[in-house]
Design a protein around this ligand. Structure first.
Ligand SMILES: Nc1nc2c(c(=O)[nH]1)N[C@H]1C(S)=C(S)[C@@H](COP(=O)(O)O)O[C@H]1N2
Ligand SMILES: [Mo]
Length: 360
């Protein structure tokens, strides 16, 4: 198979929203299992899938600059992590007024089992400088960025995908960050960052740089387009903030919105996740206000960074139209809002989902 044929086959089951660069949502089935099958995992890329020479250069403010190959990474202790990735632009389509940016519905979120070397172990080899503050990750992808750039100094003819993390987080073994070379037990595919990528649990997925080419320890905070231009909450009424941890959110996966129920009992099912602490509570409401009823929530497994399953037995369903809402709370006490937190670029919509179903 040619590279183009492989990409076409890998994309067949997704809901395409932009052919070039290729961006696609998961189909609804992608949210129904603990791990999303690879062919149903959403794809978000700012540029075309790049060529990659198979090496990772690590430099900047380090004692021992190093170049690693895929074989070198595979020779290190391997870690498996089940991680939910959500695009910060997920849910943008529901914001009013409509923000600029890719028109994501609610399916730019998926969960995979990633295998790779621990970023902490890789950085230990290069000896980051004591005055290092951030770790800059550079992807192999680049291309024109006309009309989209927020920062005036951005090279709009040929921009490269670069994004920095706090160095303290990058070197912390407990943050769980991987340089992943396998997704669901198979080598990474072209759309998901082959041959290796960062996987940063709990953060909106922009931090999980694909097609990783370079890591550089910086002694000053990074200010590139994807750090301080895009992926910034531009609040209308308060200072701008960077997009970091995923906001708490629940999705209803069953019944599907608008479906017709023919019985008076139904198991409502869904998923819930949060970057700011394990989800501790999911509640369901069958009316427009009040009366939140507890759903059964799968407990968060320690060391697991994937979404949690929830279910609710709904019985005595009368004939007619019914509304359903699901609301998640996390261990830090964050609760989903009714109204999406509007910001100019349309990030971080974690508003409570509202669906309706008809009972015939
Ligand atoms: N090199 C590179 N890495 C990237 C991106 C990109 O455009 N280029 N997009 C980021 C964004 S915004 C998201 S949401 C995730 C999507 O990862 P996925 O396509 O594997 O689902 O990749 C992140 N990593
Ligand atoms: Mo994203």
């Amino acid at each position: 198979m040619t590279v183009a044929d492989e990409l076409e086959a890998a994309r067949a089951a997704l809901v395409m929203i932009n052919p070039a660069p290729y961006n696609a949502e998961a189909p609804p089935a992608g949210l129904t299992t603990d791990v999303t099958p690879t062919e149903l995992h959403y794809v978000r890329s700012n540029f075309a899938v790049p060529d990659h020479d198979g090496t990772l250069e690590i430099g900047g403010a380090v004692g021992k600059p190093t170049t690693l190959t895929l074989e070198d990474l595979r020779a290190m202790p391997a870690y498996d992590r089940t991680v939910t990735l959500e695009c910060a632009g997920n849910g943008r389509l529901e914001m009013r007024p409509l923000p600029t940016g890719e028109p994501w519905g609610d399916f730019a979120v998926s969960t995979a089992r990633w295998t790779g070397a621990l970023l902490h172990d890789v950085l230990a080899k290069v000896q980051p400088a004591v005055d290092g503050v951030e770790l800059l990750a550079t992807g192999a992808d680049h291309g024109p960025y006309h009309l989209q750039a927020v920062l005036p100094e951005t090279d709009q003819d040929d921009l490269t995908f670069t994004r920095a993390l706090p160095l303290a987080q990058a070197t912390d073994p407990d943050s769980g960050i991987l340089i992943a070379y396998e997704m669901n037990g198979r080598p990474l595919g072209g759309d998901h960052g082959a041959p290796f990528r960062l996987i940063v649990p709990h953060w909106y997925a922009v931090a999980s740089v694909k097609w990783l080419r370079r890591l550089d320890v910086l002694t000053e905070p990074y200010t590139g387009e994807f750090q301080t231009g895009h992926y910034i909450y531009e609040w209308p009424d308060r200072p701008h903030e960077p997009v970091t941890l995923m906001r708490v959110r629940a999705r209803i996966t069953d019944p599907r919105p608008g479906s017709v129920l023919t019985r008076d009992v139904c198991t409502v099912r869904g998923k819930a996740w949060s970057g700011t602490g394990p989800v501790t509570k999911v509640e369901v409401s069958l009316t427009g206000e009040g009366d939140w009823q507890p759903a059964q929530l799968e407990p968060a497994a320690p060391g697991d960074f994937g979404w949690q399953d929830w279910r609710f037995t709904w019985d005595g369903i009368g004939v007619g139209r019914h509304t359903l809402r699901a609301r998640a709370t996390d261990a830090a006490g964050n609760v989903q809002p009714d109204v999406p937190p509007w910001n100019r670029l349309g990030y971080g919509n974690n508003a409570i989902e509202v669906i309706y179903v008809d009972r015939h």
